[in-house]
Design a protein around this ligand. Sequence first.
Ligand SMILES: [Zn+2]
Ligand SMILES: [Zn+2]
Length: 352
Amino acid sequence: MASRDPVADLRRIAFLLERANEATFRVKAFRSAAATVSRTPHDELVERAAAGTLAKLTGVGDVTARCVAESLAGEEPVYLRRLLSTEGTDLPAAAAELRAALRGDLHVHSDWSDGGSPIEEMALAAADVGHEYFVLTDHSPRLTVAHGLTADRLRRQLDHVAKLNAQLPDGFRILTGIEVDINEDGSLDQEDELLARLDVVVGSVHSKLRDDSAKMTRRMLAAIANPHLDVLGHMTGRKVAAAGAGDAAHRTARTRPPSTFDLEKVLAACVEHDKAVEINSRPDRLDPPKRMLTVAVEAGCRFSIDTDAHAPGQLDWLGNGCERAALCGVPADRVVNTWTADRLLEWTRSHG
Ligand SMILES: [Zn+2]
Ligand SMILES: [Zn+2]
């Protein structure tokens, strides 16, 4: 039997585990094995498989060695077959249609902040998922627990992304961005000059989530009116389940009720300033709740359906958001990530 590509099989397993929100350490084993195997000459792999010494390679353990041996023998690894057989069911028709219309993702983390993978790996996985682009939105300085980027590190990241974009496959592009903390006074936690340079700015509340409604409303309204902000991230900050993989910033709390604010005013401000309300697809967030999402549709808001991915496999979580969006009657033409990158940038530039 012809040999399969063991690196592709290991990466596929890692992707499926991440998508299933499995613990980071389980995924890491497959990603580090993939890295080692990709550096090892094919002949050596075949020899080691025959001699039973694959697990002697650094980064390869018994489980991953078995996968590699099966793959080299031309068999689908048992581990992969088992994962594929327990994959989720298909999306309902309306959600599937919306999912098919999405061209990218506006909320993605890398290992520059609290994500688990390098930007390049996230980009290759996004291209595989069929995206034309994603916006790299690592955290801002104040969120030290998530290794938020200082202005200097963000500047370095921008240079790095420019280089990566020159090397990536045609038809895929990394857009620059940030998930900037909305400070208590509603200002944004990064230098104005930098925010102005970024393609897309997602702003989120990560602190003082239990503040009273009047205070939280003022804070959110100020941020929405800020010309740099394009997307209001996970608007209620609620947590519905424990996070599995990746995300130091979001893992500290298990579940958390939504914050309280004047929904009508906040949504009206989003419409007035033409900002998008994020539909966050993380299984532990699913924010905003459906009743709020329905009100936002009626208010005339724009939306962006995002994954908030902290690992490559999580880039495939958009279906969660699409399912909820479809249930709440979100029309595809009001979802900004159904647009091409160029049209998206035209829209974000219109905010100044
Ligand atoms: Zn966040
Ligand atoms: Zn995030």
